[in-house]
Design a protein around this ligand. Structure first.
Ligand SMILES: NC(=O)c1ccc[n+]([C@@H]2O[C@H](COP(=O)([O-])OP(=O)(O)OC[C@H]3O[C@@H](n4cnc5c(N)ncnc54)[C@H](OP(=O)(O)O)[C@@H]3O)[C@@H](O)[C@H]2O)c1
Length: 293
């Protein structure tokens, strides 16, 4: 893995870069813009790209990766590529073909991480790992009980390396995070910057996270942007955040969350204790957005 991005060790021995580049955009956004953004992200230093079959953007991500490999900017092994199994392919016989289709779209021989987008049994993902099509397998949108049920399942061959869930200053997922840590499962956070606020997913009357006065105050005191503080808050708690942006300056700024000095005044943020999940319908919320010690 590239030395350019700080990494977190997974329970199967692989490493995940501490900040991921999110690639979801709604279908109205031209795919050429996502292609351009993926190029910019790799140039900026992102080595962890989070995509999914459902985002219908795997081909563009694949093109960007291949062109950067050809140009000598990165090697395949420098990159950590996540994609996800969509709900239409949860039937056991459809899982491996779905992964093969994603790999073809991405022009890759293997994915670094394959995640089930929503909770289903794990068996077929294990087979994909055994077949060498993916290095690590994980889950998404599992609440504490679903994760516990999965881990207690007789015959489970591989523990998921991660649980990708909505997690940010307004939904700190502290109990789920504690549980994941106790089982050596990395919590990957989406919506870390308060989401892209698209109408179909997010109530337009919800608070704008990056405008939060307490966050802005902490940012001002630390001479950093609210986005950097929001990401740094997650990184310092051992969470691996994803951050989406089309803007090069934002991409570069967000990467600094992995490097910037430790910020010690989160206590103020945590006691304000807002609790808000943006994504509709609510997924993976255990009413556990308590303060973190
Ligand atoms: N597993 C799942 O079910 C699931 C669900 C949702 C998302 N995800 C993944 O998580 C990724 C990230 O989540 P998300 O797409 O909801 O969005 P997000 O990363 O929480 O927020 C993205 C928004 O933040 C803004 N932004 C980024 N950097 C900024 C900065 N430095 N300063 C100010 N604004 C900044 C961007 O604005 P600009 O437009 O100005 O750049 C963009 O609108 C997705 O792309 C996807 O890969 C997974």
């Amino acid at each position: 893995m590239s030395s350019k991005q700080h990494c977190v060790k997974l329970n199967d021995g692989h490493f995940i870069p501490a900040l991921g580049f999110g690639t979801y955009k709604p279908k109205e956004v031209p795919k050429s813009k996502s292609l351009e953004a993926a190029h910019l992200a790799i140039d900026a230093g992102y080595r962890h790209i989070d995509t999914a079959y459902a985002y219908q953007i795997e081909e563009e991500i694949g093109q960007a990766i291949q062109s950067k490999i050809k140009a000598g900017v990165v090697k395949r092994e420098d990159m950590f590529i996540t994609t996800k199994l969509w709900c239409t392919c949860f039937r056991p016989e459809l899982v491996k073909p779905a992964l093969e289709k994603s790999l073809k779209n991405l022009q890759l021989d293997y994915a670094d991480l394959y995640i089930m987008h929503y909770p289903v049994p794990m068996k077929m993902l294990e087979k994909c790992k055994d077949a060498g099509l993916v290095k690590s397998i994980g889950v998404s949108n599992f609440n504490h009980k679903q994760l516990e049920r999965l881990l207690n399942k007789p015959g489970l061959k591989y523990k998921p390396v991660c649980n990708q869930v909505e997690c940010h200053l307004y939904l700190n997922q502290s109990k789920l995070l504690d549980y994941c840590k106790s089982k050596d499962i990395v919590l990957v956070a989406y919506g870390a910057l308060g989401t892209q606020r698209y109408k179909e997913w997010v109530d337009q009357n919800s608070p704008v996270l990056l405008n939060d006065p307490v966050l802005c105050d902490v940012a001002k005191k630390n001479k950093r942007s609210p986005a950097l503080i929001a990401l740094r808050y997650l990184v310092q708690r051992g969470v691996v955040p994803l951050a989406q942006s089309f803007k090069e300056n934002e991409m570069r700024e967000n990467l600094q969350s992995c490097w910037s000095p430790r910020i010690s005044i989160f206590r103020g943020i945590l006691t304000w204790g807002a609790s808000y999940d943006f994504y509709l319908p609510s997924l993976c919320v255990d009413s556990d957005a308590d303060d973190v010690a």
